[in-house]
Each structure stands twice: as structure tokens, then as C-alpha cells.
Design a protein around this ligand. Sequence first.
Ligand code: CMP
Length: 843
Amino acid sequence: MHEIVIYVLGVSGLLAVVSFLPPLAAHFRVPFTVLLAGVGVLLGAVVQGFASVQGMGPIGDFFASLAGFDVSAEVLLYTFLPVLLFETALTVDVRRLMDDVGPILLLAVVAVFVCTFAVGYALSLVSGFSLVACLLLGSIVATTDPAAVVGIFRDLGAPRRLTMLVEGESLLNDAAAISLFTLLLGMLTRKADGGVAEAALAFLENFGGGLLVGYLCGRVACVLVTPVRDQPMAEITLTVALAYLTYMLAEHYLGVSGVVAVVASALVVGSIGRTRISPATWDALEHVWKQLGFWANSLIFLLTALVVPKVFAQLSVAEVGLAAVVVVAALAARGAVLFGLLPVLSAAGLAQKVSHSYKAVMLWGGLRGAVSLTLVLVVSENDRVPDRVQAFVAALATCFVFFTLFVNGTTLRHLIRLLGLDKLTPVERAMRNRALALSLGGVQEKAAELARHYEIERAAADALITHYAERLSHIDLEREAERPLSAAERVTIGLVILVNREEELYFHHFKEGISSRHVAELLTGRTARMLDAVKTQGRDGYRAAEEPFMAFTGWMRLASWLHRRFGITKPLARRLSMRFEVLVAVRLVLRELITFTQGRLADVLGTETSCELEGLLTVRLQRTEQALGALKLQYPDYAIVLQNQYLGRAALRLEEADYRTLHAESIISQEVLSDLQRDVELRRRILEKPPQLDLKLNLPEMVRRVPIFASVPPDRLARIVKLLKPRLFLPGETVVRKGEHGDCMFFIASGAVEVIVPGLSEPVKLGTGDFFGEMALLSRRPRNADVRALGYCQMLVLHERVFRRLVGRDPDLRQHIEAVADARRQPAPQPEPDTEQAAPATT
Ligand code: CMP
């Protein structure tokens, strides 16, 4: 048969077999991967029997084609592995991964090393093979398989955190194990030992290089996706190309780990790309990748499992004994990491605590799969590896993989059940029942409405409504049987609902085009952290997590520092406009949440709890409004532009919906609709650009607001203006710190500051037109007080050298400044702050 016919027949036949496996797995309640492995071995056995049988039509040809398959490891590595890894990494929630990054990295990297060395040394003691060969085998069996592990954990409905831990581990340890494997294979075939330090360096280069290449490729893809936005086919195709190109670039051209690179690029796309890719496409993209991942995993498994019967047939008793050593050593190594190292990491505060039952499941659930089998194939195909070693590695690694699949994989479900991990906690059950009550109540109401709308016969409608009412009352009964929840638990339940809703609303506003991508990215990230805080600490967690919504971010502080230090204004203006947008978006959502709490949530949780929740939301709303008010005070025009933009985007949405209705009613043709939509799109693009914020650091205007310069003649004033530097300070920012060397003084052009004078019970407030920082310059001594900005403050900064020149030439100015400084030195009575000038403290 022609070669291509063999391949097409073989692969399509395998796909046909695979398509029946998910329902079979569900029916027999075995994990899909385990069934896949079983079927693979079975097929392998049949293939060996049928290889010589001729003339059986297509079925015979199919088996013959499988027997004739020359699946090289390269084919598996280059064709299926990138897809498999990209798909698993794409679904990982990077933020959650970061929460548990300590234990995940420990398991992924350290556990791989511990397992490799444990298996390697144990085998080298009993097998008579060289240490490097044994270590090579160790690295093959060190990697847990993402598809196998994730599939089983998701099937079993294991808790999310546990799933996340094993998922993250299995993803990253592939990368670590394959890097280590490549290194050991090189050592084995070159016969050069190279030394431990050199090997470690090579490993780091390989791993780190892969990480960097993957990250950069992912970022580039996120940029490239912008021009093809809203073109689902193009966007999805770009991600497929990304997976392969990243792998190629890293592995083939740059000589770093392709596996690590693919995983890194998928993590970037999964986190940053999620908001770059149009929301409608994202769902389709996930489906496509799920499908591709399913094919890749199934085919790798079946193709590698085909040769397993041959391996098993040649198995000697001694090899079975050695396989037992591998099993014991690998389990012991994993156990040592989980029960020995992980607690140390938790005690050091580097990782969250992981319960013993989780650890037990993680120990038993470390299944091996397609990646290990592919690596076995790599060894078998390498001519430079001695035949004896090839057979040894193939036999033991295959035995081990199948042991984990058939023994661990089939019993994991029982272990999870035995440990009670599949059960909802009482609070979770209560939440489930409340959520159910909330949704069923709504559906019941809507069904009644629909029945009226469609004029459905009463009897038919009543039957449905009664059904819902029965379900509701059933849940009510269940709820009555529940242990009554404490007030704190009720609040926690409410907060979990509210935070989930908050995240959904941010995403919804982005989807609707009301808020921008950056804002959605930032806010959904914060709500995710808030959710975790609420789940672990309830109300206190919520309070603590609300702080980042208001606080100035590290980026903002950096931008402010750049402005203060070097006079660079652009980043600060950008950050401030972003803050504006974020505050407006948060305010909008908080208002919606308050309405939601007063309505639906009050029905389910009771008025007492809902009042408390409303209180928490109201406090947040007030703080948000306060912060927004402070910004508006400084930049009233910008606030108007921004609101205008919001309204514009909302109006565009309405406009577009209207056009669609007109088209649906056949009033306008498709051509007219397309034309109108193009116009809307054009205007939307304009509205999407964030308006530029002018920091309003207009020097002459600012100088005019400082009375001390009012009497200076215009020609001299023009020269003074050139010597002053305009600077903006953020609310709460420390302008001057006590004890520091003072090299400048400040004039307040707008805003207010507080001076924390040692020995005074109340801080002294200074406002627009006042100055400070003069004492250090006059006395040449360190600053004598802390000065903090109360709101947004525009200041004029006068540097020491210029100050001396200025006061040297202008005795009046010097006298005035000295008089103020003298008055400030007097211990009492303290000058009353000028209420007109000292603006109220705003944040
Ligand atoms: P300097 O010592 O350079 O830095 C801290 C500044 O706080 C100081 O200059 C004054 O400008 C200001 N300051 C110190 N004490 C008072 C006070 N009692 N009232 C108002 N401002 C003060």
C-alpha cells in the first residue's frame, strides 16, 4: 500500500476507535486515560496477531497499517507534544497557579530531581546498569502526565485547589523532566560525564532559555492578535501556529527546551491573551484546543501503547523485580517530597498549608502517561544508546507507567472517596443549596412570565411551575435539616456570591464594550484574589482585599517617582487616567451590587445578612467615591471626557442593537446593516482610545496662585518661573521626610499638605499658596518634620542653588521666608491653619 494511505487509514481508524472511548469510560466509570491505555495495549496485541493475515478487507488493512506504522519519537514530539502541552497550559488559571506557586514549583522541579535520583540510585545498586542509564530511566518516570492526572481529578470532582496543585505540577514537571532527560541522554551517548556543576548549568540554560523564549513568543502573539481581532478563525489559527512555532524556535533553532517554551507561551496567552482575544472567540478557541488536545493525547497514547505488548512479552522475572524497585523508589521519593519537604516550605511561609489527605491523594495520583512513553521511544530510537540499555529502559518505564495507570488510576477514586474529599463541606453544601434556591426561584418566576407571554394553557404551565416549586421546597427541607449557619458563615456565603458576581460584572462590562481591556484585566484579577481571601478569612478577608482596589499600585508609585525625580510626566498621566477609569468602573459595579443585594440576595440570605453585606458594599462605594472625588477635584475636565466616553460606548451598543433589530425585522438589508456596522466599528475604535490626561502643570498659571510671587515685577517673575519645577504629588505621598538632607523647598500651587511636627498633638495643615521645606535651606540642617500630601497636590519645587541665588538678589523675599520660618519655630501658640487655603483632606 502507498505510504500515505497507510497513515491515513491507520490514524483515521484510531480516531474512530477513540471516539467510542469517552462514552465507554463514563459507562464503566473508569478514567478515560486508563481505558485509552488498555485499548492501546489490546490493539497492540491484535496488531501483532493480524500483521501477517492478508485479504481481510479494510479491517485487515487497518491492522496491517498499524503494524506498518513507523512512528518515530520525532513525529510524536513535533506533532503531538506541542498541542498537548499548549492545551493543558491554556486552561490553567495563572493567578491561581501563582497563589500556590511554592508547592507547585517544589513538586514540579524538586520532586523531579528527587524522583530521578531516588530511582536512579536504587536501580544502579541492584541492576548492574551504569548510574547514568539508571538516572535516565529515573527522569523518564519522574514526570506526571497532565492529561492523565487532570482528566482523573476533574472527573472525580476533586476540590479545585487540589486539582490546581496537581495540574500545575504535572504541567511544569514535564518541562523539568524533559530538560533533565535531554541532558542525561546527552551524557549517556557522548560518554562525557561533564561534572555536576556543568550539568546543572546546562539544565538551567535549557529550562530558563525555554521559559524566556516561550514568554516572548506569547507576548508577541498577544500583540499580533490585535490586528486580527474579531476574526475568530484567524485568532484561533494564530494560537495553533504559536504552539508549533514556539516549539520549533526553542528546540530546533535556539537549542533550549521546546517543552518549557510551549508551556510558557500558553500560560501567557491564557492570562494576558484572554483579554486581547475577542471575548466571543475565546469560547470557540477553548473548544478548538480541547479538541486538538484530545486528539493529540489519544493518538500519543495509542501509538505508543501499540508496542507495549511486545515489551511485555519479552519481560523477564528479573525485570519485573526491578520494576517493583522503580515503583517503590518513585513512590518513596514522592512521599518524601510531599510529607517531608512541603511542610518545611509551609512552615517557612513560602507555601500555603496542604492537608494530609490532599498529600495522600497527590502521592497516589501521580500518574505517568504519554510523555513518559514518548521519552521511552526517544531512547529506543537512539542508535548510540546500547541495545541492552534500550531494552532495560523500555521494559521498566513501560511497566511503571502501566502500573500507575492500572493500579493507581483505577483506585484513586476510592481513595478520594475514602478520605471524603469528594464531599461538599457543610458550608459548601449550604452555598450550593442557596445558589440553587436563588436560581430556581428566578426560573420559576420567568417560567410563569413566559407562560403568560406565550399564552400557554394554565394546566401545562401549572405543572411546570409546581415542579419548580417542589424542587424549591425540597431544597428548603434540605436547608432546614442543615445545621443552622452562624451569622459569620452567612456573611461569608453572601460575600462569595457577591465577589463572584463582581468579577462577572467586570467581565460583562468589558464584553459589552463599556470598559476597556486593561481595566477588565486588572479588576477581574483583583476580584479573584478577593474571592480567595473571603473563602479563607470571610469578612476580614474581604476587608483586607478591598484595599488594593483603592490603594495606589506599585506602577503608580514608580510613575510618580519618575515624574518627581526626572520630570517625566507621561507614565504618571497614563496611570492617573487608568485610575480614573478603574474607579468609575468599580463605582458602577458596586452600585449594581447594592441593588442586587437589596433584591435577590436579601430573598435568599435574609434581611439581616443582606443589610450587613450592603453595609460593606456601601463603605466601599463611599471610599471609591471619595477617591474619585479627589481626582475630579484636580481634573474636572477629564472626568467629563471620561464620562462622555462611557456614555458614547453605551450609546453605540444601543445603536448597533437597533440596527440588528431593523435587520431582523427585514426593514434593512444585510448590505445596509454591514455598512452601518462598519460605521459603528469605526466610531468604537475612536472611543476605545483612552483620552489623554493633561496633568495641568502649567507653570505661569501655577506661579500665579502663590501669593509670595504676586508682588514680583513681571520681568523678574518670568525669570523665576524658569527656575521652578512643576511637580504633582499623590494623596498620602510623603513629600519631605524628617531627618533627611534638604536640597529644595516647595510652593503649593494647589492642594493641601500636613506637616507632622514633633511635639505637636495635631499635624499643621498648609494649603494652596503656602510653602514649606524652607527651614532646612535656611539653617542648613536636616528636615525637622514629615510633610505628607493630603490630596493631589501641584507643587513648585525650588532647588537649593537657585534658592540661594534668588534670595541673595531679593532681600524682601528672603525676609518674608525667614519670618515665616521663625514663626514656625515658635513652640506655641500654633498658627491656625487657614481654612480657606487648606483644602479638606481628601484621598
Ligand atoms: P524643613 O525643615 O526643610 O522640612 C520640614 C518642613 O516642615 C519645614 O522645613 C517647614 O517648612 C515645615 N514646618 C516645620 N514646622 C512647622 C510648623 N510648626 N508649622 C508649619 N510648617 C512647619
